[in-house]
Design a protein around this ligand. Structure first.
Ligand code: PSV
Ligand code: MN
Ligand code: MN
Length: 388
């Protein structure tokens, strides 16, 4: 069997952004395990990400995190990326590591701290101007640990005010992508805990404020594909942070924990017009490879997204429509399960070869000698910022 031309064509437009921090050392709050050969500079992270794209054809952009990826000349960094065959993607802000942000950033009760947080975001927009990036991703660690610690409603108002100032600074082609997360690092309440809160804040801002759905940021048992459907229906889904989780925000390889959930999410993406570069929905990975090698970890991740997408594209829509209209519960469910159970790996290998890519990108990376080279050349790699 080979992929239908329509499916093959749609797979050709897939783009998945890689997070720069996936290539650096990372860990848990218990331990960061250093790995040989990890990047020491933003340029080396980009060079590693470019390997993933060269071998898969799926990852043409690298998302940066500021200040983890701070350089003097961001225009030069964009040129460096282009010379390596990739571009700069989403710019992620960081208001969770300074002492000043202990009690919050955009939601803090002290106007001085809010000013600092707003200014940081304005500086991130400067980076976007210099790199050509269109998306400013805001994930806030803001929240409280104890009931009564701060006024939740006032914090929501401060957030709206801060976001409005940042939004006003955006260029016409730029967007705010507001990410939600139900808990952690705050344990009692989080200021942007769910898609509803992100949505109402985005609606107050305007058309160029959209929601980011990180697949690891929901309570266990949440029907994530329902959220995908609803946000697409409202044209407010701006981006995915893909990863997988067994317990909380595990940031493991996407598709590793629950490939069926990934398939169901991608089904709604395809169904709702969220697929492809013109859809307004950015696919990004937000993962850390704490114990496995990082470049192959990212290769496996993008291949997992591609595989789930191929299966979602295989669904016989006309037959499904008919079964749904007929109220044929088992037939409708069977149509989905047939697509999910289809082994597309050999077809995808052929598809890759037909495009001049290695049939097996994991094996190609292992044989490339790149890993041995970076291990020999790079000493003293960076920590992404997570963990101790
Ligand atoms: C923290 O939960 C987090 O994983 C968010 O998902 C952000 O997207 C990411 O860190 C980078 O700031
Ligand atoms: Mn995320
Ligand atoms: Mn997260």
């Amino acid at each position: 069997m080979s992929l239908a031309p329509a499916v093959a064509e749609r797979l050709a437009v897939q783009e998945i952004e890689l997070p720069s921090w996936a290539f650096a050392n990372s860990g848990t709050r218990f331990r960061v395990f250093g790995q040989p050969g990890v990047p020491r500079t933003p340029q080396e992270k980009i060079a590693d990400a470019a390997q993933v794209h060269a071998l898969t054809g799926l990852a043409p952009r690298v998302a940066l995190h500021i200040p983890w990826d701070l350089v003097d000349d961001f225009g030069a960094l964009a040129t460096f990326a282009a010379d390596h065959g990739v571009g700069i993607g989403t710019i992620n802000s960081n208001t969770f590591q300074d002492d000043a942000y202990k009690l919050g950033s955009l939601c803090h009760s002290d106007p001085g701290v809010r000013r600092k947080a707003i200014d940081h975001h304005l500086a991130c927009v400067d980076v976007m101007d210099a790199t050509g990036s269109t998306d400013l991703k805001i994930w806030l660690a803001d929240g409280t640990n104890y009931p009564g610690q701060d006024d939740m409603r006032a914090r929501q108002d401060r957030l709206a005010e801060g976001l409005a100032e940042i939004y006003a600074r955006l260029g016409e082609h730029q967007r705010i992508v507001l990410e939600y997360k139900f808990f952690e690092p705050a344990f009692y309440h989080t200021d942007v805990p769910d898609w509803g809160t992100s949505l109402v804040q985005c609606l107050a801002l305007g058309d160029r404020a959209v929601v980011c759905l990180d697949t690891g940021h929901h309570a266990p048992g949440t029907n994530i594909e329902f959220i995908v459907m609803q946000l697409l229906r409202l044209r407010k889904l701006g981006a995915f942070d893909f990863n997988s989780r067994f317990y909380a925000d595990d940031d493991l390889i996407v598709g590793a924990a629950d490939p069926f959930q990934l398939f169901r999410i991608l089904l709604e993406v395809v169904r709702g017009g969220g697929y492809g570069p013109d859809s307004g929905v950015t696919f990004m990975l937000d993962q850390c490879h704490n114990i496995e090698q990082k470049i192959p970890g990212q290769i496996r991740s993008v291949l997992n997204v591609q595989e789930a997408t191929a299966k979602a594209l295989l669904v016989d829509r006309a037959a499904l429509d008919r079964a749904q209209r007929d109220g044929d519960v088992l037939a409708a469910n069977g149509i989905l399960m047939d697509a999910f159970a289809t082994d597309v790996r050999a077809d995808l290998a052929d598809w890759r070869e037909s495009r001049g890519l290695p049939a097996d990108p994991m094996a190609a990376y292992a044989a490339s000698g790149y890993q041995a080279r970076i291990e020999a050349e790079r000493v003293g790699g960076e920590q992404a910022g997570w963990g101790a």
